[in-house]
Design a protein around this ligand. Sequence first.
Ligand code: A3P
Length: 302
Amino acid sequence: MASSVEIVSPYLFRYKGYNFAHGETTPEYIDSLQDFEIRDSDVFLVTYPKSGTVWTQQIITLLYEGEVEEVAHRAGLTYSNNLERMPWLEYREGRSDYSLRPSPRLFCSHLTPTLLPRGLREGKGKVVYVMRNPKDVAVSYYHFSQAWSKLETPHSFQDFLDKYLEGKVGGSSWFDHVRAWYSSRGLFHILFLTYEEMVQDLHGAVQKLCSFLGRQLDSASLDRVVDRATFCNMKADPRANYEFLPADLLLREHGHFLRKGTTGDWKNSFTVAQSESFDSVFQERMRGLPLEFIWDINKQPE
Ligand code: A3P
């Protein structure tokens, strides 16, 4: 490995300021992404982990349903789930060369702006960046760390919280991720969405995505997308719920991608002291960023 690789833990390595899980990608592959050619029709969904990625992935793949399958079919490809329809750019293991995929191409990524292909920073393609309040992200990530075999199982919520605040988790620091994306927004053709606005008004969020992506859906088709993106329907949808993953990767007895799907669940895990100490780190690390988050609605998924 190149000398700029730092081993953070038995589970993580750090490359170019970002923590990757061992065995999921390589520095050489990450470097090669700089020259990955971007087409104007490409769509990238970018998130910090546990911010609503698979949810937005379900919406975007539904907005392109039919078209993506048809071009794939013509190229001799068959997609049976959302991961195949809209794969992670930084993890290519076992998948065909992304540069050969027919347009429109849909990708997910957890990367920071500078690690993504330079074409995106030149304004080609479209980026949808979804953010979620960082306390709910922490709780979701804590639970997910127990179910995802490539991540370290935390000893306790406090143990996880310490590492999360220090950025010693996969995807590095939530604060750095959000700051980097917000600060470089001018370079990209980008739409910012929040998990909380999706919880509060899924229909409105789907409409926003439609207009940003230039998808023209009549109102019945739009309603069908919204219906298929609700928590309950997605949890039962084998193309979307990630239960198709191998049992040694997603340890189902310890958790699932679709867990609670609410806003404000952090209150069930944070103590008052943890919350206060988190708030002071938040104030400090978010200084100068005009971003506001919704922390305390607790609407149940439909
Ligand atoms: P919780 O663990 O708080 O329930 P990611 O896809 O980025 O890994 O994010 C996972 C989080 O998104 C989980 O949060 C999951 O339940 C939530 N989620 C996934 N689909 C959802 C949906 N249709 N509605 C609401 N939340 C959803």
